[in-house]
Design a protein around this ligand. Structure first.
Ligand SMILES: NC(=O)c1ccc[n+]([C@@H]2O[C@H](COP(=O)([O-])OP(=O)(O)OC[C@H]3O[C@@H](n4cnc5c(N)ncnc54)[C@H](O)[C@@H]3O)[C@@H](O)[C@H]2O)c1
Length: 262
């Protein structure tokens, strides 16, 4: 994609696989990308790989003072934010055994972080002539998954938060949408599968009609679309980028009715 020349795109959690793919896509499309992440080595490596088009800020999105410093730096710099991608997430989740501290950590990053990064940067979004926010939901926020309570609850909340933001920020012409990925090749999958993409696709296949896990670049393409003028009348939407995961139910395309006659 092109057409992001002269724009500034802020990506929280931009240091890891999916986030970095989004940062790369913004840089390739001509944007100045700003990465906010707690992963210092990852963020620094990405910034040095992509050069002047990327700036890394070592920031914890649950730290209000740090977010205020980012807002001040951006105010003194470009003076506007055209695209904000709220991707940073916490996978802390011990299901029914989760402690109050676990709940607080999970919701602080996944839900409160999404809200407060946006409101902190609101004056800069308002200064843009094409402001767009993209939040991250998940298939995990639409269905129950064994042993997981915190992350799914947070992601479901982000879907609702996106609608609330879309309604209230429309007055400032700020569009707010979310992307809902299916299984996507990520740092966790890389680690758990020992870097085995083929095995990951095989395990993912029955859940996704397209028969594989998604690629970070495919998530990035959806994010850039939502931030582009091509999506100028799209707000409050939760865009599934999930290989058809949410189109199928527990029957998973199996033809079961004939079994009644067996
Ligand atoms: N991987 C998947 O299959 C999948 C599926 C559905 C949705 N998603 C969503 O996609 C997004 C990316 O997922 P991922 O698997 O690449 O995640 P990840 O854990 O690999 O990356 C998250 C990034 O957020 C950063 N981060 C975490 N806490 C932070 C904080 N307090 N402040 C700043 N940065 C922080 C991490 O350092 C990391 O760089 C998430 O929002 C996730 O919920 C992923």
């Amino acid at each position: 994609m092109t057409g992001f020349e002269g724009t500034t795109a802020v990506v929280t959690g931009g240091a890891t696989l999916i986030g970095a793919a989004i940062v790369r896509a913004f840089a390739e499309a001509g944007a100045q990308a700003v990465v906010l992440d707690i992963d210092e080595p990852g963020g620094t490596a990405l910034a040095s790989e992509l050069g002047e088009s990327v700036t890394f800020h070592h920031v914890d999105i649950t730290d209000d003072a740090a977010l205020g410093r980012v807002r001040d730096a951006l105010t003194a710099g470009p003076g506007k934010v055209d695209a904000l991608v709220n991707l940073a997430c916490s996978y802390v989740d011990d299901g029914s055994k989760s402690t109050r501290a676990d709940w607080r950590q999970s919701l602080d990053v996944n839900v409160i972080g999404t809200a407060l990064v946006t409101t902190t940067l609101l004056p800069l979004l308002t200064a843009s002539d094409r402001p767009a926010v993209v939040n991250f939901t998940s298939i995990s926020g639409r269905v129950a998954q064994a042993g997981r309570w915190l992350y799914p609850a947070g992601k479901a909340a982000v879907a609702q938060l996106t609608r609330s933001m879309a309604l209230d920020l429309a007055a400032d012409s700020i569009r707010v949408n979310s992307v809902c990925p299916g299984w996507t090749w990520s740092a966790v999958m890389d680690r758990l599968s020992g870097g085995n993409r083929e095995k990951t696709d095989r395990v993912a296949a029955p859940l996704h009609p397209l028969g594989r896990a998604g690629d970070p670049a495919e998530i990035a393409a959806a994010v850039l679309f939502l931030c582009s003028p091509a999506a100028s009348f799209v707000t409050g939407a939760d865009l599934a980028v999930d290989g058809g995961y949410s189109a199928i139910g527990p029957e998973r395309g199996e033809i079961l009715i004939p079994q009644l006659a067996e």
